[in-house]
Ligand binder design. Structure first.
Ligand code: PMP
Length: 387
């Protein structure tokens, strides 16, 4: 076994989820606030299009770049929603944002190259980069900047060998949303240094109180925007995403995709053609409002319990909370205790990096408000026992 494969870490949350399932099998009730996927089912128009595709025998390979009609539909979505003129040739359909990340990293980076990441951030970035022999330059993200990665921070952290900066907006685990002006500043910095900006927009559409924007507005040079049908569109298990980038890089990624996974899932691609229709969009907008209500319910309730939260995050479905003072335990211990004693599953900060990780937990508000209320009651009781 290779050393670089051995280095890849499992997610702590998966161990907790496994334990939660064990407890449930014993008859315990668990409120799941650890899972990073919408509780809502895939919208019916998408499911129906998937069913129709299967019935029509759409079960063969597509081209590696994806169905031309889907590439067109994705480009059309940017036109309609963001007033952006995006050529379908700049879009490549992938097996989830995960597939897109692999393609972009493999296209841009050599072993030994350095990549800037915020800390905390989505764990797969650093695991996949490490697998590729790249080195991560972690920039601590703090409440002072709303957990946003600023160009000043990146400039100050710059070292030779950096070939890319990765940023998610909205972000996992913090829900932070970057403004277009901040993305422009990061992009300008990257370009001045001969590096690329990679923006993971997998939570796009799930924003509250801020403009709905896309980094693609920044142009087509040294910019890679990753997206997915997983979160906003409620299609995690269909394994479908996309990347938009410079056309010459998309051609290279098409060859890589052929060799790495041939193509994305065919029935899923047909289903996704129904994702941008007015009926689906109406369902998704109603869900977005539900997520907002949940955020507005959970945020003050956790703050009242002493969890350290500065302001409600503007996107995704996560609250990244500092542990209440004086608990005398770290995030992993608290997550384990809340699961075992209170029947509430959360994700310890250790899954997302090193900086402040032991003092934070992530709550995913992917449950309805009644369940959130129940979780808060249980946590309150348990903390009272602790204190
Ligand atoms: N990026 C981020 C920030 C994520 O949170 C996730 C999934 N949790 C992914 C990428 C990968 O998602 P998928 O492959 O399902 O599109």
């Amino acid at each position: 076994m290779t050393e670089r494969a051995r280095r890849v870490q499992p997610f702590h949350v998966m161990r907790l989820l496994g334990r939660a399932r064990e407890l449930e099998a014993q008859g315990r009730s668990i409120v799941h606030l650890e899972i990073g996927e919408p509780d809502f089912p895939t919208p019916e128009p998408i499911v129906e299009a998937g069913r129709a595709a299967l019935a029509a025998g759409q079960t063969h390979y597509t081209g590696a770049a994806g169905l031309p009609s889907l590439r067109q539909a994705i480009a059309g979505y940017y036109g309609q929603r963001y007033r952006l003129d995006l050529a379908p040739g700049r879009v490549l359909v992938t097996p989830g944002a995960s597939g897109a990340l692999q393609l972009v990293f493999s296209t841009l980076l050599e072993a030994g190259d350095r990549v800037v990441l915020g800390d905390p951030s989505y764990p797969c970035y650093r695991q996949v980069l490490s697998l590729m022999g790249c080195e991560c330059v972690a920039v601590p993200l703090t409440p002072e900047t709303g957990y946003r990665l600023t160009s000043e921070q990146v400039r100050a952290a710059w070292v030779p060998g950096i070939k890319a900066v990765v940023v998610a907006s909205p972000a996992n685990p913090t829900g932070a949303v970057m403004g277009l002006d901040e993305l422009v500043a990061l992009h300008d910095l990257c370009r001045s240094k001969g590096a690329a900006l990679i923006v993971d927009e997998i939570y796009q559409g799930l924003t509250y109180d801020v403009p709905d924007e896309t980094a693609l507005a920044l142009g087509d040079r040294d910019l890679y925007v990753i997206n997915s049908f997983s979160k906003y569109f409620g299609m995690t298990g269909w394994r479908l995403g996309w990347v938009a980038g410079p056309e010459d890089a998309i051609e290279v990624m098409e060859r890589l995709a052929q060799n790495l996974f041939i193509a994305a899932n065919t029935p899923a691609q047909h289903a996704a053609l129904a994702a941008f229709g007015a009926d689906t969009m109406a369902i998704l907008e109603a869900r977005r409002q539900r997520f907002r209500e949940r955020r507005d319910r959970l945020f003050p309730a956790l703050a009242a319990l002493g969890f350290q939260l500065s302001q409600p995050p503007s996107g995704a479905f996560y609250l990244y909370a500092g542990l209440p003072a004086g608990l005398g335990m770290d995030a992993m211990a608290l997550a384990t205790r809340l699961l075992e004693e209170a029947g509430v599953a959360v994700t310890p900060g250790q899954d997302f990096g090193d900086y402040g990780a032991t003092e934070h937990v992530r709550f995913a508000y992917t449950r309805d408000v009644q369940e959130l209320d129940e979780a808060v009651r249980r946590i309150a009781d348990d903390l009272a026992r602790l204190r």
